[in-house]
Design a protein around this ligand. Sequence first.
Ligand code: ZN
Ligand code: ZN
Length: 274
Amino acid sequence: MTQKYYDYHMHSLVSMDSSMDMSDACAQAVRTGMSGICFTEHQDYFSDHAAKNSRGHVEIDMDFYDRQIRLVQAQYGNRLSICQGVELGLQDCNVEEVRAFLSQHSFDYIIGSVHTIERKEISTGAFYEGKTKDAAYAAYFRAVYDMIMTQPIFHCLGHLDLVRRYKGYGDNAIDYNKFSILIDEILRALIERGKGLEVNTAGIRYGVGSMHPDMPILKRYRQLGGEIITCGSDAHRRDHVAMDIKEAYALLKECGFTYVSRFVGGKEEKIPLK
Ligand SMILES: [Zn+2]
Ligand SMILES: [Zn+2]
């Protein structure tokens, strides 16, 4: 049996920061040898993003999303498994909004991500202002931990160590030993709650020097008994779909994992790593 590959993180034109056509994404996935993909469109509350609405949110038009998914499933369903997911931007001020949203919509797969802390966006650099690098990184990891404790409504934690991506300090290197207590708390909290971790390959494209999270965290997650792990490109354009997914699978094998996960209808499926 040959290895089956799944890209479980990407944004189409349903998301505010992408104009990728879903059928283009599917075509690229088929071309690059993926067995399946999952769209994980952005839903962020109290965001600083330019595309926020009058309530300060970045929200999915769910009717449009449903229609788009049905179209590509009809077009590509015999060649590609196409799942409908969401990437939720989670922070302590949006518990009620997220609960209300999830009570009305169901998804194959939910990524829980920290994009904004104390209403300051990481991607715009606002979060880094007035903080030393160590203070910013520690505050980020604490926010991730708090999010897992207060809103364990996701399947996998998105791009752990995202704080490195935007290089708030020019140099984004991170000494994992310095943050090992915080990181261990995060990994243990995930494992105890039956939540998974994502390997987000976009770190390579952004020049971070590794995927998110970096290998020491992946190895530690495994060592602590973690075994739910998905891989995603975080593509926002067609040529990034499936990028470095095969490399991510190889990395996971190197870290001691024997399976990679995907989710369909909210249920985990384990894909053997060959
Ligand atoms: Zn994200
Ligand atoms: Zn994303």
